[in-house]
Design a binder for this molecule. Sequence first.
Ligand SMILES: *[C@@H]1O[C@H](CO)[C@@H](O)[C@H](O)[C@H]1NC(C)=O
Ligand SMILES: *[C@@H]1O[C@H](CO)[C@@H](O)[C@H](O)[C@H]1NC(C)=O
Ligand SMILES: *[C@@H]1O[C@H](CO)[C@@H](O)[C@H](O)[C@H]1NC(C)=O
Length: 414
Amino acid sequence: MFCSPKIVFSLALVYFCEIIHAVEYNELYSPHSEYTSNDILEDARLDTFSLIRKYGYNCEIHRVYTEDKYILEMHRIPSSKENAPVVFLQHGLLSSSAEWVLMTPGRGLAYILADAGYDVWMGNARGNTYSRRHTSLKPTSSAFWKFSWHEIGYYDLPAMIDYVLKETKVPKIQYIGFSQGTTVFWVLMSTRPEYNEKVAAMQALAPVAYIGNIKSPLIKAIAPFTNSLEIILKILGTNEILPNGKINELAGQKLCLEEAITQSICTNILFLICGFNADQLNTTMLPVVMGHTPAGASTRQLIHFGQLYKSNKFVQFDHGWLTNKRIYGTFKPPAYNLEAIKSPVFLHYADNDWLSTPKDVKKLAAKITSVVGTFRVPLAKFNHLDFVFAINATELIYDRVLNIMSQFKNQTSN
Ligand SMILES: *[C@@H]1O[C@H](CO)[C@@H](O)[C@H](O)[C@H]1NC(C)=O
Ligand SMILES: *[C@@H]1O[C@H](CO)[C@@H](O)[C@H](O)[C@H]1NC(C)=O
Ligand SMILES: *[C@@H]1O[C@H](CO)[C@@H](O)[C@H](O)[C@H]1NC(C)=O
């Protein structure tokens, strides 16, 4: 099929207009809920470190260098106790460490873990708000953005895990990944199996590997064009998608103020990628979420997901058959060897998740031999972003996660 950038762009525009249209007709009157204090709005522009300090928790910033010279920033909520068990959290696509603390203490998973006595370490993948540095490449160059989530799993994760083990001197960590934060874990464990020894247990929130049954309109829309890498890069403008910045922050605050009628619109755009569950979304927190998401990613991350959808396989990046042959030695990209995953894995999925569908999770569970448990969130409407942002996340999922984790505590402290 011949697809000029113009046609693709027009399609995207039509698509976008349809969303706005639907919103205007269906959700013009968003219910007015709680009072919005300036105090919460301030959270939209505080970085992860300042947010954590604002709410009275200690926070440390750590710099980690990867083998291929990216400089990553990690955030830690240290425990006040000696020998605290260590947990490592890895965020999802277009997100950052802020994801784990945005919902404030008592609600954000990082705080809940800290309150339960864990030494909490949060990773930041290359290319996001906190990890936009390299010893020689500048983020304004395309060379900087020449990575997908494969490189995040192959370079960033092992660098961060080794750093945490060295700093804390514990033999193993526990790992919690959300969405792409699980994808990169599968990549790491299948390409560098020796890292299985360093993870006592893995909690996969909304696991993503096989995505053939995905419902996300955005990824589906991109999938047909994944072979025309050049075209896509041109359409998307640069090598980076949706970086966060001042404009985004202002737009988020202006558009998403609770009083504003436009709030439902921005809700829909945000949820276009991830599914929708108005019941579990605290609208007061929307400006805060918008201030921190999207937090930057390379276009190749999205293209790689598009390729997975199209192929219905969990495989490495498809560069085109000539380059594939040079890099992989085969014309088609090789599949990740999920059988190499040996750390105990717990999968948590939800019925209304557009990215991590029950069908695909079942398929993944059958491929990873070290899956110990597969758990459905007991709420039919629970969707992808609810894993990190839901009003009832604690009783619906975090309680269970912490319960499972307590069995592995003794392996993750001194
Ligand atoms: C929504 O967020 C606000 C601000 O953090 C909080 O005061 C309120 O209790 C939250 N509502 C629910 C239902 O959790
Ligand atoms: C969510 O929590 C509130 C109180 O915090 C409760 O009234 C409500 O029933 C809960 N909803 C679900 C679906 O668990
Ligand atoms: C850790 O504790 C669990 C029970 O909570 C036990 O089964 C396991 O053998 C212990 N492991 C070590 C290394 O002590």
